[in-house]
Design a protein around this ligand. Structure first.
Ligand code: G4P
Length: 541
């Protein structure tokens, strides 16, 4: 019955929490992910994810890496339950496989967890990913990690988050001691202390004792930590006095960040974080479409493709399209419409992606991710729907940072080369730009990570039989000219920038560095530049 279905969908959406972790390499994302899975009961002993990840990193050969992609694919989304919540952790590729997929994954997330190394504070990749989160207005929860090691002062760290990112910090807990003297945290919301026992490898949940503020049972715990306790009291007083109050509306708008201190490795503060996070994070909300925001609890299934991944076995050439479910109930074998092509598709081989491996998927609701095995049918941003036609907003292209001419030294392979480049571009493996000089017709590959280049060259060779050469270009910043060619011509010659066009023929300026960009902006204040490409859909073909 219809109302039963609506009730079911509403219940399922309400208990879903979907998030991605944004961080700089080495901040502890793998470790934290593993500990969250441990607390969620999805794995029984930490170490499994990390061991496999290390194996993958150890190889520089992309082919071998691709064979290892079983890991990457299975970890595209980790789904587990905790206290009745259904948690979807979207894995943002990091490290040397930092690519546009890292940004795109955030288009499918409802919340972000910003992981910061207490000794390092904010780092470049975190800043970049933060900007993408801000663009989407995602709520950001901060976990300051590695408190078991000497780090920067907590007050200094929250100040940096406030000053640099413009987020209002609300520390939910506050550490008692640091490094060797890290003993626990004080939970400001529940007004109690959590004292932890160090476990040898941190592979099991840390034993912890929870004591309410003012309870005399606290004395034996704090006695050996008198200095640290006094410091904590002073700092808490300061926070209560001049710090902001927790305002969930601001959190949900991405303006205030709840902050947690802990140590993923020793499991200090991980459970506390998880529980507060689940309480305050947003459940799946309406996504914007050309028919306005779509209620996630509506009965018709809708979703969009946010990531495509070439499959492990190049012989089969299949791709997995990852779809973020935005509304309704997805059921195996259901028939949906494909907005871009108008075709009808039966989704017959969906996959659910678990930490432990692939599992065939029966049902999914808003906030879930499904993997579809449909070769060649999907492009990034494609909408799937049941019922009345609609299209979701799409996923913008972000400023690439690496550029190189892609050469095809063998003229007899011209057609395969063209076909390969076009298909890989459509798939979103890399952005393609062209020189404005008609005599230079070879494509310029534009990527955010070096691995994207390797993937393109590898796939051109193995899937299209074309050997290619890369000639790197010395640029690191791209800006789209928002008002088009006329606006660009109106300002006259621009020094310190190269003009190219993107795949849609739109003008893009390439700069060697940020400084040259700043200079151009100062010289031509009227020129409107954007680090994000206007959505392709908005541009005439
Ligand atoms: P990443 O995925 O963000 O790159 O980080 P990852 O979890 O791999 O952690 C990077 C390093 O930081 C690892 O050390 C890990 O053990 C360590 N680490 C993570 N969380 C904590 C923490 O809370 N405290 C401390 N002290 N260290 C932490 P490694 O030496 O590179 O690897 P391993 O030998 O520990 O496996």
């Amino acid at each position: 019955m219809t109302s039963d279905l609506h009730h079911e969908i509403t219940q399922e959406v309400k208990r879903r929490r979907n998030f991605a972790i944004i961080s700089h390499p080495d901040a502890g994302k793998t470790t934290l992910t593993e500990k969250l899975l441990l607390y969620g009961g999805a794995i029984h002993e930490a170490g499994a994810v990390k061991a496999r990840r290390a194996q993958r990193q150890a190889t520089s050969d992309w082919m071998a890496m691709e064979q290892q992609r079983g890991i990457s694919i299975t970890s595209t989304v980790l789904q587990f339950e905790y206290q009745g919540y259904q948690i979807n952790l979207l894995d943002t590729p990091g490290h040397q496989d930092f690519s546009e997929d890292t940004y795109r994954t955030l288009a499918a997330a409802d919340n972000a967890v910003m992981l910061v190394d207490a000794a390092k504070g904010l780092e470049p990749q975190t800043r970049k990913l933060f900007q993408v989160c801000q663009l989407r207005g995602l709520p950001i929860f901060t976990f300051i990690n590695k408190l078991d090691r000497p780090g920067r002062e907590p007050l200094e760290l929250i100040d940096e988050i406030e000053q640099e990112l413009g987020l209002i910090p609300y520390p939910v807990n506050w550490p008692l001691g640091m490094g060797d003297r890290f003993r626990g945290v004080y939970d400001r919301l529940r007004q109690n202390f959590h004292f932890f026992e160090r476990t040898t490898h941190g592979s099991r949940a840390a034993a912890e004792t929870v004591i309410a503020l003012g309870d005399p049972a606290i004395d034996p715990y704090i006695e050996p930590y008198r200095l640290e306790y006094n410091q904590l009291k002073d700092e808490l007083e300061l926070l209560e006095g001049v710090g902001a109050k927790l305002d969930l509306n601001l959190v949900h708008q991405g303006k205030m960040t709840p902050i947690f201190f802990g140590s993923a490795m020793t499991n200090f503060g991980v459970r506390l974080f998880l529980e507060h996070f689940l309480t305050y994070a947003l459940p799946p909300m309406a996504y914007k479409s050309d028919r306005g925001p779509i209620d996630p609890t509506q009965e018709q299934f809708t979703g969009f493709v946010f990531k495509l991944q070439a499959n492990m076995d190049p012989k089969h050439r299949d791709r997995v399209a990852f779809v973020r479910v935005c509304s309704g109930k997805f059921e195996k074998d259901m028939t949906v419409s494909h907005a871009r092509t108008g075709k009808t598709i039966r989704l017959s081989r969906p996959q659910k992606l678990f930490a432990q491996g692939r599992e065939s998927l029966e049902t999914a609701y808003a906030g879930d991710v499904i993997g579809l095995n449909n070769p060649g049918m999907f492009a990034i941003g494609d909408t799937l729907y049941v019922g009345s036609k609609l299209e979701y907003e799409g996923i913008p292209c972000f400023s690439p940072e690496l550029f190189a001419y892609l050469r095809n030294p063998n003229p007899s392979k011209f057609k395969s080369f063209q076909k390969g480049v076009n298909e890989l571009r459509e798939e979103g493996a890399v952005q393609i730009m062209y020189s404005t000089d008609e005599s230079k017709r070879e494509p310029i590959l534009a990527a955010v990570g070096q691995l994207q280049f390797e993937v393109v060259q590898f796939r051109l060779l193995h899937e299209y039989g074309v050997e290619t050469r890369l000639d790197p270009l010395p640029y690191t910043v791209a800006r789209w000219v928002l008002d088009g060619w006329e606006a660009l011509e109106a300002v006259g010659r621009i020094f310190n920038a190269a003009t190219v066009k993107d795949s849609w023929g739109r003008p893009v300026l390439l700069f060697k560095n940020e400084w040259n960009l700043q200079q151009t902006m100062a010289d031509h204040p009227k020129l409107r530049l954007s680090a994000i490409a206007p959505l392709a859909a908005a541009v005439p073909a």
